[in-house]
Design a protein around this ligand. Sequence first.
Ligand SMILES: [Zn+2]
Length: 386
Amino acid sequence: MSKGAVAMDCLDLLREYVATPSVNPMGRSDLPAQIVGERRYAERVKAHLGALGLDAVLVGEGERCSVVAEARVAGARETLLVASHLDTVPVDAMEIDPFDPVVAEGRLYGRGACDTKAGMAALVAALSQVLARGTLRRNVVIAGEADEELTGLGVRDVLAHLGARRPDWAIATEPTELRVVTHHKGIAVARLEATGIACHSSDPGAGRSAISALAQAVLTMNALNDELAARRDPVLGPGTCSVGVIGGGKAPNVVPDAAWLLMDRRMLPGETAEQVRREIEAALARRDVPDVRISQIVVGKPPLGTDPASPPVRACRAALEACGLCAEPTSVAFGTDAALFAGAGIPGVVLGPGSIAQAHTAREFVEVAQVEAMTRLFVRLLEAGA
Ligand SMILES: [Zn+2]
């Protein structure tokens, strides 16, 4: 990198990022090609980092790629990863032009303004200041990862690219209103399938209803949720389970031989997919629910539980205090990529501008003052060293 690079303004960057669509299709195929995928935004970030003298590379496939760059400085004792996901949710129901960033009454509006393009804009602006002054004291890996909102494709690509060059700790930018977040629950979805014996409904006793078995499974999962309430994390409270979707049967005059449900299971730090599976199986066995099995458990985001006394939290607290911001660690109700990085041996926190109350909304916005404060915070973190 070269000393003397031009400082960039966080709001100019954010306007440009919001105007660059990077919609996660979330499994849909009906969205216009010109707004789908992270590549355009990854290329914008790559160009900005390139202008700062950093060698950014695109990793991953096709339109769903991520961007990674590294800024290293002689004498630095640790490497910080800042991950700011590139994707946004779709824009169908928006009441404003999602890609026309408008600033009004101290807010910048547009899709991704808050979740989470403001985080990337603050990071790039801070880097530009620090590199211009030649005051970088911490190695930093900048990652814009694809597909945070669905399967975590981007985290896998970023980790594969870094290989053995693992950063010491990570900040995932998400709208936390500039609070340092050490804990959130994980999200797993379990699919349960019930089987029965089909027959004519005029003689239901000749068969066995899969829907009746599934109904017992639903009640068992409700009871399991009550049991989970007894096991509380001191920060996050209890894990939960909730049946969200059911299906089954073919016609009123056929005793059904198949039915299924999808269940959302919020996991506490320390809980694993295997443990979730065993608990569901044990609950079904205890209540003698026949003919129901777990066909799949997918952990979308693992739980995050970072020790508040650990170096990442201490570094963030020091920077927050230096910037006159609240330094008390907290928790959030949503899942983040910080937990995926933590699972790969890179402990971390979540910290960023904006409020989750505005994320994914029809009139998404971020407070300009928070983007500016986040920029100052990143400057502090980059200049502080370890
Ligand atoms: Zn987000």
